[in-house]
Design a protein around this ligand. Structure first.
Ligand code: ZN
Length: 110
């Protein structure tokens, strides 16, 4: 079986989360702070590394306002935030590891 790809990407009605329906029918709901906190771009990763795992970033409303979701080829999406940050490219396998629903079900099955 090939790796799952997003079939549908939408904002939740309250616009506080991004919902991805995958080709294997798993539905993942990503709260904006989760996505922003796990931004895979070099700048954010370096920032989080320096501050350590106990660092809880405080985000402004703009930085959690998702402006745009851009498809990056067939492997990733790019998120554009309200504060202008747009260098985070989230590839599909990475998004699967962030998915709260997948993490929750992995926890109960083992
Ligand atoms: Zn970033």
């Amino acid at each position: 079986m090939s790796a799952p790809v997003p079939q549908k990407i939408r904002l939740t009605d309250d616009r506080k989360a991004l919902q991805i329906t995958w080709s294997d029918e798993v539905v993942c709901t990503y709260p904006m702070p989760l996505l922003r906190k796990n931004c895979p771009c070099a700048t954010c990763q370096k920032d989080f590394e320096e501050k350590g795992s106990f660092y809880i970033p405080l985000f402004t409303a703009e930085s959690l306002h998702l402006m745009d979701v851009r498809q990056q080829g067939h492997y990733a999406i790019q998120l554009v935030w309200g504060d202008g940050h747009h260098s985070g490219i989230y590839d599909y396998p990475y998004l699967r590891t962030l998915c709260p629903e997948i993490i929750a079900s992995a926890g109960t099955e083992s």
